[in-house]
Design a protein around this ligand. Sequence first.
Ligand SMILES: NC(=O)c1ccc[n+]([C@@H]2O[C@H](COP(=O)([O-])OP(=O)(O)OC[C@H]3O[C@@H](n4cnc5c(N)ncnc54)[C@H](O)[C@@H]3O)[C@@H](O)[C@H]2O)c1
Length: 364
Amino acid sequence: MSDKIKVALVGIGNCFSGLIQGIEYYKQNPSQEVTGIIHDKLAGYGIHDIDFVCGFDVAENKVGIPLMNAIYESPNMVNWIPKDKMPKTDAKIYESPILDGVGIWVENKINPLTSTKTDEQLAEEAKKVLKETGAEIIVSYLPVGSDKVTQFWAQVCLDTGIAFVNCIPSFIASDETWAKKFQDKNIPCIGDDIKGQVGATIVHRTLAKLCSDRGTKIEKTYQINVGGNTDFLNMKEQDRLVSKRISKTESVQSQLKERLDDDQIYVGPSDFIPFLGNTKLMFMRIEGRQWANIPYNMEVRLEVDDKANSAGIVVDAIRLARIALDRGVGGPIKPASAYLMKHPIEQTSDVKAKAACEDFVAGK
Ligand SMILES: NC(=O)c1ccc[n+]([C@@H]2O[C@H](COP(=O)([O-])OP(=O)(O)OC[C@H]3O[C@@H](n4cnc5c(N)ncnc54)[C@H](O)[C@@H]3O)[C@@H](O)[C@H]2O)c1
């Protein structure tokens, strides 16, 4: 394997734009401390060891052009590094099948191309590109609700021996059947649904665990999220949200000593407010009882740039996938999935998950 970590991307939206521009930001500002990753080096791999070798999308303005241009195409809105200051690379965007990737609210923003190719032809073309570019890991940042497209790319991984990092709540690494397929072929898989650095889920689950560990009785809790990018616009379509709600809700429920009844917990994306752009707002409330049945409550408002929030975590996921490849470890990578993802195959506390991740990196 080469010294570089060769990564293929699926879904060239705002998240990848932030991930790639962030890496370039650190290249252009070498004195800046890298924030948002576990350690500068993980088993020798730093952030500049990642090489994005190709990408796949369906948008007519992204397919066929260089990756470094596609990340600036509409409706992407991350602009941390001027486009003309980005390096030129050979990586290009190729066609992915549309399947269930494009929701009704975002269709006229994405403008998917009209394909003349069957899904089978696209799979064969993709495998050829992946081979030619030497891709070792596929990272998927597809829109919420893209279950079929996610399965398409998971199958491509299984057919080609490429590791899979699944950043969205379409269950692969946490699904027993898919996990077994990756296990049987000894291909690493990290997922599902990336957990932000300091995002709504980790803040909510940490505070819920605190209340539970301190012996209070949580009676009800909610977490409402709003934002103004295509991710939030897409999530207006309730039918696409089923697994997102499961992923976010279970992430909180898993931290409680006593599960809450389904009607006493609400966790989910709630609305699209266009002028917020990539700013995401989270409003969280926990209500419970203390000594002598006396009530208490807390409220939190979190404001984050949604794209800065997930990029560092994906950088770690990519490096952990490569470490697994280096060591011949396959199947769902449990420590990495538990630490970095909202819906791993095995939930644990974030403290334990981080320790397990450190042990994994140390080869214990
Ligand atoms: N903090 C975070 O940002 C965070 C956390 C967890 C999960 N996520 C998830 O990451 C995903 C990506 O978020 P984003 O803001 O980049 O979304 P986005 O809407 O900006 O980008 C999605 C991209 O996927 C492309 N696409 C649509 N259908 C496709 C298909 N069939 N094949 C290939 N590409 C296709 C679109 O053209 C677009 O370029 C979302 O599902 C989001 O919920 C983000």
